[in-house]
Design a protein around this ligand. Sequence first.
Ligand code: ADP
Ligand code: ASP
Ligand code: MG
Length: 451
Amino acid sequence: MIVLKFGGTSVADAEAIRRGAEIVRGRLPREPVVVVSALAGTTNTLIAIAEQSAKGHLIGALRAVEGLRARHLEQADLLLGAGASEVSAEMSATFDELAQLAEALSVLGDLTPRSLDAISAMGEQLSSLLVVAAYRALGLPAEHVDARDVVITDDQFGRAEPQVDAIAAAVRSHVAPLVREGRLPVLGGFVGATATTRITTTLGRGGSDYSASLIGAALQAEAIEIWTDVDGMLTADPRVVDGARLIEQIGFEEASELASFGAKVLHPSTIAPAVRLGIPVVVLNSRRPEGAGTLIAFDAPRRAVTAIAGKEKVTLLKLRSPRMLLTEGFLRTFFSVFERHRTSIDVVATSEVSVSVTIDDASRLDAMMGELRELGDVVIERSRGVIAVVGADLSRSPETMSRALGALAGATVHMLSLSATGINLTMVVDGDQVQPVMRRLHEAFFGGPAA
Ligand code: ADP
Ligand code: ASP
Ligand code: MG
């Protein structure tokens, strides 16, 4: 069995969906299971609809609902012609429900994470219905499987935690039997539901990759293929750096570091379920399916530097406390505040009397401040950015460090950290310095744009 995940641009319209169908057809002997994202841009629009509605801008929100409806129905027409009526009716029912939710939110004036998930999950519910209908019309034995029956999670709306055992059981009962019967299961990514009450949850932005890898792990698939709009994992984000090059093979750990530090091509949690079972993950371009893509696996070549990644909007938190001096357990107390507030830390640096950390998601920061102030003086710096130079063995060549530091020239560095395993050198700079520094680092390690 093999899991294929098509990202937003790879199901953006009728043409992309047809291209995907041909990719799947070529893999039928390998017993594929398909996971799809929402049509490109849909999740952003859904979130905007929810937010606008709760602010009372109902007319604008309903206009956006109708825009989305028209887009989905148009693609159904292009794919299915006269045969579109059934799936169009199903999708329209979802849009009617969306319009009702928008109205309810505008009355309530309050958007809870739970309602936001109910709305943002609709993109994948719609795309999976559309893809099933299109695949069937193209002669593929597609069967819709509701992701909410399979991807069982806790109730942390917006970034729900998958429950691996429950997912394995659900995959055994809802997905694997279809494959054995020669059918082609198609599920929406990103979406899950709580175990007993089956309330809709989501796995966090970009979470369809994670769905694919959770399902792949539960199926013990031979591979997980992430079909996207670039040739694979590249030496940097091609939207930032001209001449970023394809990485043909990369180790799980390096890929995971890159994803965590901004390489959006892969959701940061994607690797974990695959790595546990040694399932290779391959990143491929749905517009150029003949390319080899990037193979993420254990046995990748060990390069000094593999790639550069960066994130522009991180929060830097500095705590200074004379109490730290010679006190055992201080850091544990400090980190436990983050643990209690389920806020994950990316980069850490310490001195005898201070500790600095960066966090991606600052939504719980206000709630944490009371506890942090009890420990010492806290300074918060928003609009910082973090850049990661990732490689299998950064410390091996002394040149690596001097090149990296050279590329920082002119930028204010707020923090610097080299992971003990020598896999990741991270630097915290001003947010607006992330892109220029990434370009200089790329030039220093990989040379200029390819001719
Ligand atoms: P999808 O909708 O298929 O999931 P995403 O937009 O989430 O696609 O991810 C693909 C995008 O990731 C690319 O278009 C690219 O701009 C960005 N990206 C960032 N870093 C990298 C990298 N190192 N290699 C490849 N793509 C990257
Ligand atoms: N549609 C979701 C998002 O835009 C999930 C995904 O595409 O992976 O975040
Ligand atoms: Mg993505």
